[in-house]
Design a protein around this ligand. Structure first.
Ligand SMILES: [Zn+2]
Length: 377
């Protein structure tokens, strides 16, 4: 159908002047131009996204790297040449293997004043106080398992009146594109997956995930691993008076009477006896394995502390050199540099004293006899 037959005529190619904006022709032209520009923008964005995804599929997209990995000018990713950074990353993973919760790893590091390497937006390393969130984010990062992961979070429309999008993590470490063996790994992929399973299991979110939850303090032996024979739900431990294993899931959900409650002492005694009977032949092996694992974890922490002291010593020497180099008549600068030198020395002395004290404690602990440890085991 020709335009003329329905009463339309082509719009001449020209810009819309101030005077035209009030006329029907001018307004039509403006509307069309706006729609075409919007379409162009959409096409450009689509092409850019396709290019980005294709690069991600090949694992070549220069994503931000976690501490411990660096990208050189040619785009090749290697481990950070700073041995202290490397060792601290390894220490986090080793400690998690021993302690099994991110909270305990963060606490162990904090107790020894060991900082955690983190990368800022420009991939520069800085040392931060170890928090549970930081440790968890390291443990969850697939880059340490050698994998390139793109799209670990997705955009979600915010419920805010501004309508701005927010980023939310995809559940269970899922991501849009995953390419394995792209980076030098700190842990094997199998270990990475095992760690993710442990982290998931640690969440005491029985209602949604039905996991065991992390073992907590208390005398009951079977905390988190007792399941009701009547209804099949996980039993809670009640420490009011004597310890009890109580099945109150349906009671809490539906208000029906408590399913069953059993005194913990007798069950625990039977379970402990059965366990000790079963492990008797392997007792010595288990003891030596436990001791060797404990020694290994201790020496890794000791090594990290020694590295930190070494770094503080370097900082103090650097501050001293800067102070010696400044013109003494330049008093303002000299005073500031002297203050920094003193602060660095105080920090160094404190770290050295803490290390020496810890070494002394380790010697005392080492005098525990084999019998005593066997008994405890
Ligand atoms: Zn029950």
């Amino acid at each position: 159908m020709r335009c003329t037959t329905i009463g339309l005529r082509p719009i001449p190619r020209r810009d819309v002047s101030e005077a035209d904006r009030g006329l029907p022709d001018g307004r039509l032209l403006l509307g069309l131009k706006g729609t075409i520009s919007e379409l162009e923008l959409h096409t450009i964005r689509g092409r850019l996204t396709a290019g980005l995804l294709s690069k991600a599929q090949r694992g070549e997209l220069a994503l931000q790297l976690p501490a411990g990995l660096v990208r050189d000018s040619s785009g090749v990713v290697t481990k950070d040449p700073n041995q202290e950074v490397q060792d601290r990353v390894v220490l986090v993973f080793d400690s998690f293997g021993q302690l099994r919760t991110a909270r305990k790893v963060a606490r162990a590091l904090r107790e020894r004043d060991l900082a955690l390497p983190r990368n800022d937006r420009h991939d520069e390393v800085y040392w931060a106080r170890p928090t549970v969130a930081a440790v968890t984010s390291m443990l969850k990062n697939p880059a340490y398992g050698g994998a390139f992961a793109y799209g670990r979070s997705r955009a979600r429309e915010a419920a805010l009146p501004t309508g701005r999008q927010t980023q939310v993590r995809r559940p269970d470490g899922a991501c849009r594109i995953m390419v394995r063996d792209r980076y030098p790994a700190y842990v094997s992929w199998a270990t990475h997956e095992k760690i993710q399973a442990m982290l998931r299991d640690n969440r005491a979110d029985y209602m949604h995930l039905q996991t065991r939850g992390v073992p907590r303090n208390g005398t009951a032996l079977l905390h988190g691993i007792t399941w009701c024979g009547e209804c099949g739900h996980k039993m809670m431990v009640r420490y009011k008076g004597a310890s009890h294993y109580v099945c109150n899931h349906l009671h809490r959900q539906q208000g029906v009477p408590v399913c069953q409650g059993l005194r913990a002492a007798r069950i625990d005694a039977r379970v402990a006896a059965a366990f000790l009977e079963a492990v008797k032949p392997a007792e010595m092996d288990a003891w030596s394995a436990a001791r060797s694992a404990e020694r290994q974890a201790g020496s890794a922490l000791r090594h990290a502390e020694a590295q930190q002291v070494e770094w503080l010593r370097y900082q103090a020497t650097l501050a001293e050199r800067q102070f010696n180099r400044v013109d003494p008549d330049n008093r303002l600068v000299a005073a500031e540099l002297e203050r920094r030198w003193e602060a660095a020395l105080v920090e160094l002395r404190r770290a050295e004293a803490a290390l020496a004290q810890r070494d002394g404690e380790a010697c005392d602990a080492g005098s525990v006899t084999l019998d005593g440890t066997c008994q405890r085991l």
